[in-house]
Design a protein around this ligand. Structure first.
Ligand code: 3QA
Length: 229
């Protein structure tokens, strides 16, 4: 077992990289990959940079070049559900692309031929997350996470995404990771801690809570690694 741990931004992986033993850095495809061990378990950590294209590249390299056979994503998200407050954790049961649109041809939003609107995350990893939450007495929400190449800071757009995809949170990488991992048959898991509510205050909240929420997510992911190995 070799576990990939991925984030999008440096802040999302730093709390993980700093805990690695025998750490070795490799630069590949204009990005840095951190190989090492966490409590003895072999892991490869990387942040992709923001958005679906970079996330696709990094997830593919973690699997194809670094031979990871499980992928965990850790990061922050904007809340859609008003039950989600800043710092709350949500795991994706499924991921969709809110900016994928060929509706002009009669297809639903988020759908292209031979793809699926919503890609489910690995059930076993989701169950491990629920066990970790139980043990630690943490509240873990589960729901659909919508991904797109847009930082959402607009209540109308956020509500549209929520209504169209039945999504509870939104971000910019999860569905790209889902496409890669489901295509390559690698079990994957997407965890996010809320940094903002994707409305007019989003950019201010994001700047204030990126680091603290990223850390909440990263700590949870590390507890999951202990449980998986
Ligand atoms: C936002 C990050 C991107 O990787 C997606 C955070 C949190 N709130 C969101 C929102 N809409 C969409 N996604 C999110 N991540 C990158 S833009 C800020 C860049 O600052 C999840 C996410 N409301 C860089 C400094 O210039």
């Amino acid at each position: 077992m070799k576990i990939a741990i991925m984030g999008a931004m440096p802040e999302e992986v730093e709390p993980i990289v700093e805990k690695l033993d025998d750490m070795k850095k490799t630069v590949y495809a204009v990005n840095t990959y951190y190989e090492g061990r966490y409590h003895g378990q072999e892991v490869v950590v990387a942040y992709s940079k923001i958005g679906k294209v970079f996330a696709t590249l990094t997830a593919t390299i973690l699997i194809e070049k670094f031979a990871c056979n499980t992928l965990l994503f850790s990061g922050v998200a904007g809340a859609i559900s008003d039950k989600l407050k800043i710092g709350d954790l949500i795991i994706a049961d499924g991921l969709c692309q809110h900016d994928l649109d060929i509706t002009a041809f009669g297809h639903p939003y988020g759908y292209v031929p031979e793809g699926e609107v919503c890609i489910p995350a690995d059930v076993n990893l989701r169950n491990i997350a629920k066990n970790v939450a139980k043990e630690k007495g943490l509240i873990l929400k589960e729901g659909i996470i919508a991904t797109g190449d847009q930082f959402i800071a607009n209540a109308e757009r956020k509500d549209w995404i929520g209504n169209t995809f039945n999504a509870d949170a939104l971000e910019m990488e999860g569905a790209a990771v889902a496409v890669v991992c489901s295509s390559l048959n690698v079990p994957f898991f997407i965890l996010r801690a809320i940094s903002d509510s994707a409305d007019m205050d989003a950019s201010f909240n994001f700047d204030e809570f990126l680091e603290s929420s990223a850390k909440i997510s990263a700590d949870f992911i590390l507890s999951m690694v202990d449980e998986i190995k």
